[in-house]
Design a protein around this ligand. Structure first.
Ligand SMILES: [Zn+2]
Length: 290
């Protein structure tokens, strides 16, 4: 086995020369193309203890190494609007809502937050429209695997729950738009508690209005704003599907998600969620389920 040993020695020498002459510049390229890049760091997740799930797909600002921004070139003809702008402040707002819910209820909500910038992936689109690079695809999968798992878990543990999908819109700074596909994604709630649970004074948006928020639709039983009336996430994880989770998209105007107002917004939403939970949710786990 003498020869291989000589060979190994030469290889080591060559590798050393390569390393000392600029292999550092190549290293990132190697990392980009390997499956070894962990996707965990690109999606914040928290398993909860309450039938409340908070999702924020568009608030991220992280770059993806070696990934080009999406071009939107190969989208199907019937694709949803191609958008690469971030929903500014909504990742931090979602985390602040989770913290405010935890301090109010004494238990944690479920949380799923995408951290890459929307120019690389859009978790609020179907897989076909969401990404153009396999790393972005794996991050997308992690996001949705967790939403699916958490919505199933909440459906079983608590026999129902609410999914709050946090977004930002630039149409009206002082307004928060509701998106439920005009009630379709909150069917479970409406069936059990009637239309007032969705559009009445004690619906979530009614309660938020009582907190001083300017909400849309106004009146609450009006039509939801086209474009903000509920995207892929609420349509996929709402009670129009097999989940017992009622899914509501919240499109926050700028004034609710600026750094100086986020905490107040989060506290008010947590307060409304507490009222909502008392009326429509079962906070303790169902007997015989885990
Ligand atoms: Zn959004």
């Amino acid at each position: 086995m003498g020869t291989p040993r000589v060979g190994s020695g030469i290889s080591v020498a060559i590798l050393f020369v390569l390393w000392s002459s600029g292999i550092q510049a190549q290293r990132p390229v190697e990392l980009q193309t390997t499956d070894a890049i962990a996707v965990e760091r690109y999606v914040d997740v928290q398993r909860g203890e309450l039938p409340i799930i908070i999702s924020a797909p568009h608030g991220g600002s992280m770059k993806l190494p070696g990934v080009e921004p999406r071009s939107g070139e190969d989208l199907p003809d019937n694709a949803s609007k191609f958008v690469t702008l971030q929903d500014f402040g909504t990742a931090d707002l979602a985390s602040a809502v989770a913290a405010a819910v935890e301090s109010r209820f004494g238990k944690r909500p479920y949380l799923v937050v995408a951290l890459p910038h929307r120019r690389y992936l859009d978790p609020n689109r179907s897989p076909r429209e969401a990404y153009e690079h396999e790393l972005a695809g794996r991050i997308y999968k992690r996001y949705h695997d967790h939403l699916d798992k958490y919505c199933l878990e909440v459906s079983n543990r608590f026999r129902g729950g609410v999914l709050i999908d946090v977004h930002g819109q630039g149409l009206a700074s002082d307004t928060v738009f509701r998106g439920t596909q005009n009630g379709r994604t909150v069917q479970f709630l409406r069936r059990r508690f009637g239309e007032s649970a969705h559009v009445g004074k004690e619906s979530l948006f009614g309660l938020l209005s009582q907190q001083g928020w300017k909400v849309h639709p106004n009146p609450l039983d009006g039509r939801e704003q086209p474009g903000y009336n509920g995207g892929y996430i609420v349509r996929t994880y709402g009670s129009n599907q097999t989940y017992a989770t009622d899914a509501i998209q919240l499109e926050f105007g700028r004034s609710y998600r600026e750094k100086s107002t986020r905490k107040k917004t989060a506290n008010q939403l947590a307060a409304a969620l507490q009222d909502y939970a008392e009326k429509y949710l079962q906070i303790s786990e169902s007997a015989g389920t885990r």
